[in-house]
Design a binder for this molecule. Structure first.
Ligand code: ZN
Length: 310
């Protein structure tokens, strides 16, 4: 079986204050909050999802906000940058917007033939805007705080800082459908051809111990088009001795987790059934969604969580 090769499904981050994260990703960056739920493995913590206009796989940035968490530190074995794709002509708009928000940023600078602006989120996670003409046709969220013509279309990709890149590159190529698209010093670019979520940069680095905590990527999820492809990917991962978990039903998608050869936690997530399958349109991102197994404890769970408003 050949992988369908669609690329990144979602990226999940350990956050700090959930309201501050929501203000930043919704008000400053113009994403849509599509889902307010809890960490299904620890319902005392929120799980918040921010997406583009269509909610398609490849656009979900998700957070476990943990206000008391210590500050994390980027290092090897981590996804150290998250990149969003924006239209090619939008660099002047974003430079002005970020400056008006009082954010320090680097760029625009050129990397692999595209313009990039780099900055940090409130928990110091490195974010990038990649100005890429291939995403112009993808929908941004039209009701957001950023004019749709300049809006974020989803992920461009992510950068994995790892000490040995060969095994991770092989995994991305043979299981997840990426192909080598360029290299520049320590950086190797792999792409799937998908406009949104179709890029991973491997940054070969010296061992550099990071620390888990606020502002650190928890895992990167890659797309399986359906459950059949997910099982095939899981088997390929197991054949490499990478010990994937069983398939776990996350209700919006099914998930398998494993530690990638470079140390970054990877997930294989199915495209469907999607967020709209869980809630009515009017409740998306507004009403706390709970998996059926936690519904009977709703009152207690809601009481323990701080309010988060858009
Ligand atoms: Zn995930």
């Amino acid at each position: 079986m050949e992988p369908a090769g669609k690329g990144i499904h979602h990226i999940t981050v350990l956050g700090g204050d959930g309201q501050r994260t929501t203000d930043f990703y919704v008000k400053t960056l113009g994403l849509r909050m599509i889902m307010k739920t809890v960490n299904q493995d620890d319902p005392s913590v929120y799980h918040l999802f921010y997406i583009n206009g269509t909610g398609q796989p490849g656009s979900s940035m998700t957070f476990f906000p943990w206000p008391m968490a210590v500050q994390g530190k980027p290092g090897s074995g981590q996804a150290t940058a998250v990149s969003f794709a924006v239209p090619a002509g939008s660099a002047p708009y974003w430079a002005e917007r970020l400056a008006a928000e009082g954010l320090d940023f680097d760029g625009p600078f050129e990397r692999f033939g595209t313009q990039v602006i780099s900055f940090r989120d409130p928990d110091l996670l490195t974010l990038e805007l990649v100005f890429d003409e291939t995403v112009d046709a993808v929908a941004a969220w039209r009701e957001g705080s950023v004019p749709a013509e300049h809006g974020i279309r989803g992920f461009w990709g992510t950068t994995l800082e790892i000490t040995e890149t060969a095994d991770t590159a092989d995994l991305l190529e043979t299981v997840f459908g990426f192909e080598k698209a360029g290299s520049d010093g320590p950086l190797t670019l792999l792409k799937t051809g998908e406009a949104v979520g179709g890029a991973v940069i491997l940054n070969k680095s010296e061992p550099n111990r990071g620390a888990n905590g606020r502002g650190v990527v928890h895992h990167v999820a890659f797309r399986a088009k359906d459950e059949k492809e997910q099982l095939w990917m899981r088997k390929e991962v197991a054949n490499r001795g990478l010990s994937p978990t069983p398939v776990i039903d996350r209700h919006f998608f099914k998930s398998v987790y494993f530690q990638s050869p470079g140390g970054v936690l990877f997930e294989i997530a199915t495209d469907g059934p999607g967020y709209e399958s869980a809630q009515d349109e009017k409740d998306l991102g507004v009403k706390l969604w709970l998996p059926p197994s936690l519904e009977s404890r709703r009152e207690m769970i809601e009481k323990r969580l701080p309010d988060i408003t858009i």
